[in-house]
Design a protein around this ligand. Structure first.
Ligand SMILES: Nc1ncnc2c1ncn2[C@@H]1O[C@H](COP(=O)(O)OP(=O)(O)OP(=O)(O)O)[C@@H](O)[C@H]1O
Length: 290
């Protein structure tokens, strides 16, 4: 299972070019997608799910070209959790999943096995008879994820799956996705960099409709090597000076002043010490701001 995207462009009627000649190959496993607000991630995912037609360029899924004649075939292979999903408020969790599974053409027998399995995996078994409108935001998100998994898709596209989840549930969902990605492709878009660090080895970073980076997480970390500095300053004025001149990936008030993680090619000042413990967040901020 692999997805190829060649010179993809999406231009909206109002002239906004949300995706601009973007090319990418998404292999098997979990593949991360990062990018600032408005970078074009959702637009790209909407094309990949066939909800939106590209203006130019080519997309293929396991060799099947994205064109209207193939949309039905492609849709059968895809599961999608959109950023905003409003599921039927008056149905119970279970009724909602049975209904949505039916809409996706999943056989009744399969639904009878898969629904209890995923309810258990997402800690929703005890809530299955509650009406959708009675659920918390995080629970609704988990039901949304189950509906995307019900047709056992080869290609799962998930937009912010962990938004609103408590830390324990976030970890559970991440692990569920890792297990699910064995022999399949999962495109995982999120602003929670930590979730990608815990699940992916490959990722792409979008900026203004194009890919600024695509490749291994280790390659991205390597790119920031020698550019992350630990600096402790004595007062707010010194901190402001650093903030005015560099990207800062963290800031903390400590006993002896203000500790800051400064991203810079050269040493910001003589009191700064090179930090070799680079996080994905440091590497992402370094790349997108340099
Ligand atoms: N239907 C639309 N019509 C016109 N412009 C749109 C439409 N949908 C999105 N855009 C614009 O396209 C650009 C990319 O938006 P998109 O939603 O794909 O970004 P994103 O990376 O998903 O952002 P976020 O992280 O905030 O969800 C933005 O400038 C947005 O305003």
């Amino acid at each position: 299972m692999s997805i190829r995207i060649n010179d993809l462009t999406v231009r909206f009627k109002n002239g906004v070019v949300a995706v601009n000649k973007a090319s990418l190959e998404i292999p098997k496993g979990i593949y991360g997608l990062l990018g600032e607000n408005g970078a074009g991630k959702t637009t790209l995912m909407r094309v990949l799910t066939t909800v939106l037609k590209q203006t130019e360029g080519m997309v293929s899924l396991d060799g099947i070209l994205y064109n209207e004649g193939n949309y039905e075939k492609i849709q059968k292979k895809i599961g999608y959790l959109p950023q905003e999903i409003d599921l039927y408020p008056n149905l119970t969790v279970k009724e909602c999943l049975v209904y949505m599974g039916g809409l996706s053409g999943v056989a009744r027998n399969d639904l009878e096995q898969r629904i209890p399995y995923y309810l258990e995996k997402t800690s929703l078994t005890e809530h299955q008879n509650k009406k959708m409108r009675q659920l918390s935001g995080g629970m609704k998100r988990r039901v949304g994820l189950i509906q995307a998994l019900l047709n056992n898709p080869d290609f799962l596209i998930i937009d912010e799956p962990t938004t609103g989840l408590d830390p324990e549930e976030r970890i559970r969902i991440r692990n569920l996705l890792v297990d699910f990605s064995k022999d399949r492709t999962v495109l995982f878009s999120t602003h929670v960099v930590e979730d990608l660090a815990a699940t992916c080895t490959q990722l792409a970073i979008m900026k203004k409709g194009s890919f600024l980076y695509s490749g291994s997480v280790s390659g991205l970390l390597e790119n920031a090597k020698g550019c992350v500095w630990n600096c402790t300053v004595q007062n707010a004025e010194e901190a402001r000076l650093l903030e005015a001149n560099y990207s800062i990936s963290s800031k903390q008030y400590v006993e002896n002043g203000i500790h800051m993680k400064v991203l810079s090619k050269g040493k910001p000042n003589e009191n700064c010490v090179l930090d070799n413990d680079i996080t994905l967040e440091d590497a992402y901020i370094y790349l997108t701001n340099s």
